[in-house]
Design a protein around this ligand. Structure first.
Ligand code: DQA
Length: 148
């Protein structure tokens, strides 16, 4: 079951950026742990700081992968184009955030992508990604697709 973890702008700086909010671990390091924890999932990881590149990636995998775990970073709160892309593809997308966006500034309380995502996970640190993967791990194949 192919699953993409997609990270948006500034998330390449995890472990360096605002450590009190986002922690001191790089995503590359954490990704190794995720691969070991979910051997049944074919995990891949992609990060971009560019809106169009994120949209291209959603188009590329969004008709064949079983799921996408997506931290759109600040584009979560602003991007009509990314929300349109999620609406356009077939793969279910789970929105994740490392920090609890609802405990932060008001502009982070609005998600442009949430209405088109399967669900949203926010505030559990890097474990937000693990919780999203647990959702996909529990999906059982059946004749008409995938369901819990
Ligand atoms: C974030 C929250 C966003 O508001 C912020 O712009 C980020 C990271 C998070 O993972 O907590 O870049 O998506």
């Amino acid at each position: 079951m192919k699953i993409l973890i997609l990270n948006g702008p500034n998330l390449n700086l995890l472990g360096v950026r605002e450590k009190s909010v986002y922690g001191s671990r790089s995503f590359e390091d954490y990704f190794e742990e995720l691969k070991a924890a979910f051997p049944a999932l074919e995990l891949s990881y992609f990060q971009s700081n560019t809106e169009g590149t994120l949209i291209d990636k959603l188009h590329e995998v969004g008709f064949s992968y079983k799921g996408i775990v997506f931290n759109a970073g600040a584009y979560t709160h602003t991007s009509v184009a990314i929300s349109d892309a999620i609406k356009a593809i077939e793969s279910p997308v789970v929105e994740v955030h490392i920090s609890n966006v609802y405990a932060r500034e008001a502009f982070r309380h609005k998600s442009m992508i949430a209405p088109y995502c399967k669900g949203s996970i926010s505030g559990f640190g890097l474990d937000s990604y693990r919780l999203a993967l647990q959702y996909f791990e529990r999906l059982k194949p059946n004749r008409i697709g995938f369901t819990v």
